[in-house]
Write a new protein. Structure first.
Length: 430
């Protein structure tokens, strides 16, 4: 695996793509803290107004995935990513002039629209430029970047806010998107070994027909279909509890903002460790990895709630260790699933497939905290955590007994346009 890791990193287009992702993701997390500081502290926004910040960004990413995925499959993905980065750069620049909440909401909604275009195109481009045998490593490195920037970005933003005002943070984030677009210029257009046939390119199909094909593809491949259901349910249950961590720790006698920050950093470190491990270790059975990771995640969450209830001393130690272990388990769910889906999906279907799955995951991420807040009010936070923990463990046990339903981790689906292409090719030979 070391050799193949070096081979992947020698892939120049891939290096440019992950470098662009690193720069733009870091800029994202720098600006998020600045936005919360501006709205929450300087404008004294209410809790509801603050929560609408995330909703404004997430709603378009939830609703538009299947639609933007079609664009990612129809058009050149390199140009979609570049256009999206340039647009996001100007949107972030607009935050400099925002002086009302509706300005912030509108700009973040536009940012979410641009991101919903970028993500399917990025995943599809990875499918184009990375061979299948390196897909798990590519997904692991992408996860490392996403979770590493979640830790480094806010810390860097806090440091920059000591030096400059909030508007300068937005300038830096805006420039990061423009720099990302420049790096993406170095990525090739449609590598010839992965181009679709000229016959298929000529096959005409409606926009809604292509979107329908994306849903049919997901449904037709058991691993992707059942895996997506498992991921959506797991994400929903996870977010129910995860959104209530601060409320849970309020019951601790030694609670402090530094404790919460330490536990959150340990949680991010767990994802990073899983990314590092999976970049070196090849997962042979993705379903088994997902089942084990789900169980570890549930056990970690439940243990935190249990020890919190009994007021175990030294929470900096045990809460950080358990959060890290739980997130490590989550990494062994998300990363292998993503890499296996990318392997199983044809390049010409990857935008629709990954865009739809991304929307489903985002929907679970939005509804989970809402359900967690409602249940937490009725049954209490500790019971909520224990219920979520039991739910995750139960999901893993059920998935273990139903693992044969996932079928082969390989696609054997042929789109309607492919069938037409095959018939045309057969006619030429007859």
């Amino acid at each position: 695996m070391e050799q193949s890791s070096e081979t992947l990193l020698r892939n120049k287009p891939y290096r440019y793509l992950v470098s662009a992702q690193l720069i733009s993701n870091l800029g994202d997390w720098i600006s998020i803290l600045a936005i919360f500081t501006l709205v929450g502290l300087k404008w004294n926004a209410t809790p509801l107004e603050v929560s609408l910040i995330i909703l404004s960004l997430a709603i378009p990413m939830t609703l538009l995935g299947p639609i933007t995925g079609v664009f990612a499959d129809r058009l050149e993905r390199k140009y979609i990513m570049i256009a999206s980065d340039i647009a996001r750069g100007f949107v972030i620049m607009g935050l400099i002039f925002a002086d009302q909440l509706w300005h912030i909401y509108s700009l973040l909604f536009l940012l979410g629209v641009c991101s919903s275009l970028f993500n399917p195109a990025k995943n599809g481009k990875i499918k184009e430029i990375v061979p299948n045998q390196h897909m798990q490593q590519a997904a692991s490195i992408s996860s490392l970047i996403e979770n590493g920037t979640k830790i480094i970005g806010p810390a860097l933003s806090g440091f920059l806010l000591l030096l400059w005002d909030i508007k300068m943070i937005f300038v830096i984030d805006s420039l990061s998107f423009f720099l990302s677009a420049l790096l993406l210029l170095m990525i090739p257009v449609n590598p010839s070994k992965l181009q679709t046939s000229s016959i298929e390119n000529k096959a005409s199909q409606s926009f809604t027909g292509e979107m329908k094909n994306g849903f049919l593809f997901i449904k037709s491949v058991p691993f992707i279909f059942y895996g997506t259901i498992l991921m959506a349910v797991m994400m929903f249950v996870l977010q129910m509890a995860d959104s209530q961590f601060v409320v849970l720790f309020r019951d601790l006698k030694e609670v402090s903002s530094s404790l919460i920050g330490t536990v959150m950093a340990a949680s991010g470190a767990g994802f990073i460790i899983s990314g590092l491990l999976l970049s070196k270790i090849e997962v042979k059975k993705t379903v088994n990895s997902m089942i084990s990771g789900c169980f570890i995640l549930g056990a970690g969450f439940g243990s935190i709630a249990f020890l919190t209830y009994f007021q175990l001393p030294f929470p900096y130690v045990w809460a950080s260790i358990l959060a890290c272990i739980g997130s490590l388990g989550a990494g062994f769910v998300f990363i292998p699933f993503q890499s296996t889906v990318m392997k199983a999906t044809p390049s010409e279907m990857s935008g629709r497939t990954l865009g739809t799955i991304g929307s489903i995951m985002m929907f679970s991420s939005l509804t989970g905290p809402l359900a967690g807040g409602i249940l937490g009010n009725y049954i209490g936070v500790v019971p909520l955590f224990l219920a979520a923990s039991s739910g995750l463990c139960l999901i893993s046990v059920i998935a273990f007994f139903l693992r044969k339903s996932f079928g082969k981790e390989k696609a054997e689906y042929v789109t309607e346009s492919n069938r037409e292409s095959q018939r045309a090719a057969e006619a030429q030979h007859s």
